[in-house]
Design a protein around this ligand. Sequence first.
Ligand SMILES: NC(=O)c1ccc[n+]([C@@H]2O[C@H](COP(=O)([O-])OP(=O)(O)OC[C@H]3O[C@@H](n4cnc5c(N)ncnc54)[C@H](O)[C@@H]3O)[C@@H](O)[C@H]2O)c1
Ligand SMILES: N[C@H](C(=O)O)[C@H](O)COP(=O)(O)O
Length: 337
Amino acid sequence: MKAALAVSSGDPSGIGPDVALAAWILREHMRLPAFFLLADAELVAARAARLGVNVPLEIATPENAATIFGEALPIVPLKHRQSDQPGVPLAENAAGTIEAIEEAVALTLAGRARAIVTCPIAKKPLYEAGFKFPGHTEFLAHLAGEHLGYAVTPVMMLAGPLLRAVPVTIHIALNKVPAVLDTVTILTVCRITALALKSQFGIANPRLAIAGLNPHAGEGGSMGIEDEVTVRPAVETLRAEGIDARGPLPADTMFHADARATYDAAICMYHDQALIPAKTLGFDDSVNVTLGLPFVRTSPDHGTAFDIAGSGRAKPDSLIAALRLADELATNRTLAT
Ligand SMILES: NC(=O)c1ccc[n+]([C@@H]2O[C@H](COP(=O)([O-])OP(=O)(O)OC[C@H]3O[C@@H](n4cnc5c(N)ncnc54)[C@H](O)[C@@H]3O)[C@@H](O)[C@H]2O)c1
Ligand SMILES: N[C@H](C(=O)O)[C@H](O)COP(=O)(O)O
């Protein structure tokens, strides 16, 4: 039997517990891979009662979770306790939230879980508790780097049925993007993306469409020099390496259906250039995947949705897509090694 996926429950005041419970209820109908939830079991029980769902919970180990999964939602308990206050982010819950992510990574690196699926975290309560990373992506890269002994460049991909989009710069303020963006970073992100598309997504010759930073990709330098000075040299180097890359392309005309048919991933220069089209085209079924790590990590594309936590209105679709994609990528990764 395959090992189960490790699901971190995210900020417990958000919809992580809600969508995990809902996904478990749909496990047979949606043919979901087995997963266990790293969580405070009492909190999950309280949330299930609040939502009025009858989900048997069973304290599990990573090893017996896959066997339990058909009959009960396996909970691998956290050392830190958490309070069930949906909609009210609490700094006191941060230790458990961080523990769940760290434990998911440790279990996956030890081969005791198949891959990691993270439910959403809100950054502010974590920062208040001393968390130093902008998001999961950077924290996971840090944990991976500690394990490997060298620095890891994480690549964020939003993957959906209609679009795969990758931001080169991730969680930084827009006014810092031009200074941070450089040719080497674009090259690194594109190489990691092309390799992952081949080895994990089964695309033999990945086509990358690389967006410009400025309106009209700089209009020949008259609307900003970065596209000519920073982006174009990266595209030329990638092409010389045999990677099918095009750009810099005007970002405004990259995301309509005919344009999307010409590439396998859009490489974007900043967070919202990638995530606005990704979430607009597929909020319910897109998945946030971190490439470049020594393990598979996926996540739903939505956030903590404090406004609807504990209300029964949270849709589990994106978590379901994240569970399925994690299973598929873990299989492909195993076959490739
Ligand atoms: N993977 C992650 O950890 C992750 C991803 C995105 C945002 N966040 C964090 O989440 C917090 C809130 O972010 P936000 O408000 O920008 O985005 P959000 O995705 O939490 O919410 C945006 C809107 O979509 C709705 N929504 C979200 N998920 C839904 C679902 N599954 N079913 C039904 N409706 C849903 C919400 O109710 C809200 O109206 C922020 O702190 C942000 O940093 C975390
Ligand atoms: N940038 C992501 C989004 O807007 O959906 C989100 O913040 C999640 O990032 P992490 O997976 O790094 O937490």
